[in-house]
Design a protein. Structure first.
Length: 425
């Protein structure tokens, strides 16, 4: 083999089909986690093989000259002693291997994805940074929800944002219009804002496309029912008492929405501005409470409808978050609950308006727009909740009136509820 051939054999062809850029490289270089049963099975096979070799009946020598002067009795004693030593060694080796295997399995607290990437980075001939970066980005996949369509993670400042730690040698860069910072751990910045994310592996930087991290303005920033000039009001149990459920506890904080960031997508179909309370039009910034489980559920409902041939690009949020002060007296308050889920950011009233006339479309194809079209969305909610019980909640079907057409209320209150309503939900 000449030098060029040897170099290709070690490093792979220049076209990338073989070598460290091959996706199969990682699989072949990363140690495989093996359970204790596998170690014990291998050790037992080794003992049996040793014993088989030890007890083989040797071919009888041609003459006593080949026995080098050892008598038959001495030769037998030597064989038995040798077998005993070998068996003792094999037993000790078996215990050592099995015990080591047990410790390795018990200590495997890091996910196989994280440990695999970390192992790859430890090799001198590790894959190129883009390949490893792509693998690390997969750690962010759960943040996109059951629908796979979430585009934001909403969290208090300073909180852990990934279930698994980042592999050694990688870090996350958080950037906002005002500042940027990097962290070796996937922990949200300690300031409120909307951040874009990029993953750094060595000198390589890979943006996490179409995804934002939103850190909350603390609830303690609200004074006398306001943050700045924005009027919010007060939640029940805010000043004491125990709510009947954690679902009715005051929110942990607020998303600060400005003129500049209001078009930030929180999922494929929805933006921050879709959920703002319908008052104080001229006041900025505004403050919003929003639960991504609601967004995830609504995206699943839209996907279900799309699978049945219903176009959903015209989905509209008629009412999203309501501040407590607006829920009490803003707009048409008839039919609203004093503990409306809208105040807690996990409820929205929606309809589908593909033709842009401001009303629900004819979803069932009967040539009319009425409550039966809202029932089409309700049926999709039922199917989604059967498939994703963690997202169970309320679904109210509302008739149209002089102010609006039919619509559907959807929430993630934690238990199933269904009703027929009029006015606002």
């Amino acid at each position: 083999m000449n030098k060029d051939s040897e170099r290709r054999a070690v490093n792979g062809d220049r076209d990338g089909r073989h070598g460290k850029d091959d996706p199969a490289w990682l699989k072949s270089h990363v140690p495989v986690q093996r359970g204790p049963d596998a170690f014990i099975r291998d050790a037992a096979n080794a003992i049996l093989h040793t014993a088989e070799l030890a007890f083989l009946i040797p071919e009888r020598p041609a003459s006593r000259w080949h026995r080098a002067g050892i008598s038959p009795r001495g030769e037998k004693i030597f064989d038995v002693t040798g077998v005993a030593v070998l068996l003792l060694f094999a037993a000790a080796w078996t215990w050592s291997v099995a015990h080591t295997g047990m410790r390795n399995v018990e200590g495997a607290g890091v996910s196989t994805v994280t440990s695999g990437i970390a192992a790859a980075l430890s090799y001198a001939d590790a894959p190129t940074a883009p390949f490893v970066t792509e693998a690390v980005i997969n750690l962010f996949a759960p943040l996109k929800g059951a629908s796979g369509k979430l585009r934001a993670r909403i969290t208090p400042a300073g909180e852990q944002i990934l279930a698994d730690p980042l592999p050694a040698g990688t870090s996350v860069r958080f950037s906002s219009p005002a500042s940027a910072e990097s962290a070796a751990a996937a922990i949200a910045p300690r300031r409120s804002g909307i951040w874009s994310l990029a993953l750094m592996v060595g000198a390589a930087i890979r943006p996490v496309d179409e995804f934002s991290l939103i850190t909350l303005t603390p609830f303690s920033e609200k004074r006398r029912g306001k943050i700045g000039k924005y009027n919010i009001g007060s939640w029940p149990h805010e000043r004491g008492g125990k709510p009947r459920s954690p679902k009715f506890a005051p929110p942990a904080g607020f998303i600060e929405v400005t003129r500049a960031n209001q078009d930030t997508y929180v999922s494929e179909h929805f933006r921050l501005r879709d959920f703002l309370t319908h008052d104080q039009v001229a006041v900025w910034p505004k403050y919003l409470v929003l639960d991504t489980r609601l967004i995830d559920k609504m995206e699943l409902v839209l996907s279900d409808l799309a699978e049945r041939g219903i176009t959903t690009k015209g989905v509209r949020v008629m009412s999203g978050f309501r501040t407590p002060q607006y829920n009490t007296g803003g707009g048409d308050a008839r039919g609203r609950s004093s503990l409306s889920r809208h105040m807690y950011g996990d409820a929205s009233d929606i309809f589908i308006d593909n033709n842009g006339d401001g009303n629900m479309d004819d979803l069932n194809g009967d040539g009319r727009v009425n409550i039966r079209d809202a029932r089409v969305i309700e049926a999709a909610v039922d199917r989604v909740e059967r498939t994703h019980p963690a997202l169970v909640g309320g679904c109210g079907v509302y008739t149209g009136n002089s102010a609006h057409g039919p619509f559907v209320h959807i929430d993630t209150r934690g238990y199933r509820a269904r009703w027929l309503g009029t006015g606002d939900s």
